[in-house]
Structure formats: structure tokens, C-alpha cells
Design a protein. Sequence first.
Lengths: 113, 113
Amino acid sequence: DAGVIQSPRHEVTEMGQEVTLRCKPISGHDYLFWYRQTMMRGLELLIYFNNNVPIDDSGMPEDRFSAKMPNASFSTLKIQPSEPRDSAVYFCASRLGSNQPQHFGDGTRLSIL
Amino acid sequence: GENVEQHPSTLSVQEGDSAVIKCTYSDSASNYFPWYKQELGKGPQLIIDIRSNVGEKKDQRIAVTLNKTAKHFSLHITETQPEDSAVYFCAAREGGSQGNLIFGKGTKLSVKP
């Protein structure tokens, strides 16, 4: 079975550029999560969706970050404009229902120069 | 909100020995405790989980124990192998119908051949 699919796997861009990260959740899963992982702060939840609707975006660090889920099989996390401190690994995860395990993609390693 | 503490941050064992990683949580309403293994360049992978109505769960060389009264849970790996080397994360699901996972900071396990 296909797991959570993220693209790109690596992204290197210059400060000020727009960055778009993409995620395809496991088919049938109704929850989708975006996390950021850094050495200093570990795994941080940025935002999550239930049935394509954003439920909690309190973890989104700034207005420069936005996330959308236009349909059940696709979500984007956008950073505009990007800054060097946004450099991190960004993970997407999905889950079926509120009582089932959560499954992660392999992440996007983002470097902002 | 929920707070999860994980110890130790690094652990080095000889192949064949056992490894134990411990976590504590703060929210008495938490009812689900997964453990994830993260290999280099990969996303966290669920290896075992336990719900609050169970005190112990085993899966081959891996076991998890839960003490609800003391609010702590542990991961036990027996007969460790070099391929067990990775970063391990514990998590606790916050109380509430859509409780999210709160992760510990991780333990880097090194198994020396």
C-alpha cells in the first residue's frame, strides 16, 4: 500500500522566495497533519485538517506560512516569503479517524539560503 | 496542555543487550501512547502503541509498558541488533475527541556490533 507521499524530498532556495511543499495522504484517511522538525524544537505540529477543513493552525509560526487542502488527496504548505530560519524538515502525516495510528511521509528537507 | 518528557536523549548499547527508553506525560486524560522509530532521511515509523486500558504490550523483541497512576510509559527492546540504531520518539495523545499527538524530544539509540 502507498504511504503518505511528500514532494519534493529536498528543496534549496534563496531567502525571499516562495516555497510550496506537497503532500498526498493515505487514501481514505480523513485527518492530515503538517509538522516541522528541527534539532532545537523537535517535532512541532503546525496545522491539521479533518475532512479537508483546517481544525487547528495554532502551530503555524507566522503569517508567512499557509496551508490548504483542496481535496481529500492533496495538501500544500506554503511559505512566502521564506527566511533562513525556516530551514527544517517538514513532515506530513495522515490518520483514519480520531482513534487510529498516525502515519508519516518521509519529509521534505528545506534549506533557505 | 500535554507535556511529554523523554529520557535518555542518547543511548549506546552492545549488540544483544537490552535498551530501555522512558517517557512521562502530564495530561491524565491522555489515552493513547505510540512509539515511533526514525531512521536517517526517513519519516517516523510507528513501531508499537499502547492504549490506556492495557498495562503492557509486546511485539517480538519490542515491548511497551504503561503506568497510568505514575503517568509514565517505557519502550523495551531486547536482543538489540545494529539495525535497531535510530532515533526513537514517544508520544501521548491529548485528551479530547480530536486529541493530537504530543511528542517527546527523541532518543538516539546506537547499537554497537
